[in-house]
Design a protein around this ligand. Structure first.
Ligand code: SF4
Length: 444
């Protein structure tokens, strides 16, 4: 039997930070409708699967997750909503293949979730994958309590059409949220306890808008406006495209004290031939010049990147060019993946797909180099003092975990509280985190 009158909910988000943000907004929306989050370990009456299409075999994984939720023991079957990028890509196919699904809602339509739940309560199936021009954000409830570090989506969608990527199809064209809406949400986040705001967008540095005086502004201007908000101590932004790295944004790294010294700037490959096939619209040279410009104004900046190995047509010489760009940049952190075809993208139809064992070998060689760079970057912090924003409890009693300005996780034992900014002496470093000792509290 199906639960047609849900009182509790669970939102399970997969994939990127933008999905985490969307998951938080859906939870706020459901709470505003009178539902409450299911207690830890309890089975929810409504399960929202907020899916990611970037994962390999994304749709198959969603169907097996649906089967797992439907197969759980106990009383009535929960109402199931599939949201996110797989919902957008598959649409009405989902309830056809998985009749236990009640609601399908795309990433630009989730503000309609309450109406879709009403349809499902009446026994119907509700599918909404519209991409309305009007922004969903205006239809969402006000922000509520928050962790010390909060996401804020300022830009959605993408017009770049990299040949391997589904985002332009699942998230639609590039849209920037208005200046005033972003600043209002930032103030609400700060009032709710956020000390750090991470601006999000598929191409966050393509954000553009007009300020309160009608002047055209880019992300650098928005960062400066956030810098002026009392109560906020840190600003970050992700993910950026090399072609949208403007001079005002680069200058902000030199001049805005709250903007953290961290830049996630995906390059994907070190071969211009492969970058062209990927339709990346930048070259290795233009990428390296951006890194140079950023480091000239902010020498301590931590650079992070994304890499795809085994893109169709990638030969050993192309891959070696990727190793060379990694050596030239010297990354503090990076994400690297084997290419896997996404249905409907041009790259999925390309000749010269690279054999899996060759991809494995290249990924291992690339990751060994990236790991060594990350470890060296972390070890360079040992013996230094740095500010850490405390974000969550650690595994041991009395231990808290926070982030350094360079986005490293730092573990320490401290009397300070979550949300405090503390000065920490770094005692040791591993590949993924640092250990430190709090020396004094610098902000309450
Ligand atoms: S820039 Fe390329 S990889 Fe990034 S979201 Fe757009 S199409 Fe996808």
């Amino acid at each position: 039997m199906k639960n047609r009158n849900p009182r509790t909910f669970e939102v399970k988000s997969f994939g990127c930070q933008m999905n985490v943000y969307d998951g938080e907004r859906m939870a706020e929306l459901l709470e505003a409708e009178g539902l409450s989050a299911a207690a830890e370990g309890a089975e929810a009456d409504l399960v929202v699967l907020n899916t990611c299409h970037i994962r390999e075999k994304a749709a198959e994984k969603v169907y097996s997750e649906i089967g797992r939720v439907l197969g759980r023991g106990g009383g009535a079957q929960p109402m199931i909503a599939v949201a996110g990028c797989v919902a957008q890509a598959e649409g009405a196919e989902i309830p056809r293949r998985a009749p236990g699904v009640d609601i399908v809602v795309g990433p630009q339509a989730y503000h309609n979730l309450p109406a879709l739940i009403r349809q499902a309560k009446a026994g119907g199936r509700a599918v909404d994958t519209d991409m309305p021009a009007a922004s969903k954000f205006g239809a969402l409830p006000a922000r509520r309590r928050l962790a010390p570090s909060a996401f804020l989506t300022v830009q959605e969608g993408c017009d770049k059409f990299c040949t391997y990527c589904v985002v332009p199809y699942t998230r639609g064209a590039e849209v920037s949220r208005p200046w005033a809406a972003v600043l209002d949400e930032a103030k609400a986040l700060i009032d709710g306890g956020a000390r750090e705001i991470i601006l999000l967008g598929q191409n966050v540095n393509a954000w553009s808008g007009e300020d309160e005086k009608g002047r055209a502004r880019g992300l650098g201007g928005l960062v400066r406006a956030l810098d002026a908000l009392p109560g906020l101590t840190r600003i970050r932004y992700t993910t950026s495209h090399p072609n949208d790295m403007t001079e005002p944004l680069i200058r902000a790294h030199a001049e805005v004290p709250k903007l953290m010294p961290y830049l996630h700037l995906p390059v994907q490959s070190g071969s211009d031939r492969i970058l062209k096939a990927m339709n990346r619209s930048h070259t290795t040279d233009s990428y390296l010049r951006i890194i140079e410009r950023v480091r000239a104004v902010r020498p301590d900046i931590a650079v992070s990147g994304d890499f795809i190995v085994g893109f169709p047509g990638e030969r050993e010489a192309d891959f070696e060019a990727t190793l060379r760009i990694v050596e030239a940049v010297n990354y503090a952190q990076a994400f690297s993946f084997k290419y896997s075809p996404r249905p409907g993208t041009p790259a999925a139809e390309m000749d010269e797909q690279v054999p899996p064992e060759m991809m494995d070998d290249r990924l291992q060689r690339l990751q060994a180099l990236l790991r060594a760079q990350q470890l060296a970057f972390n070890q360079a912090q040992v013996g230094r003092r740095t500010e850490v924003l405390l974000e969550r409890p650690g595994r041991k009693a009395g231990q808290l975990i926070g982030k350094s300005p360079w986005l490293q996780s730092v573990h320490l034992e401290t009397q300070a509280a979550i949300g405090d900014l503390v000065e920490v002496e770094i005692l040791s470093a591993g590949p993924n985190s640092l250990a430190g000792a709090a020396s004094m509290r610098t902000a309450a």
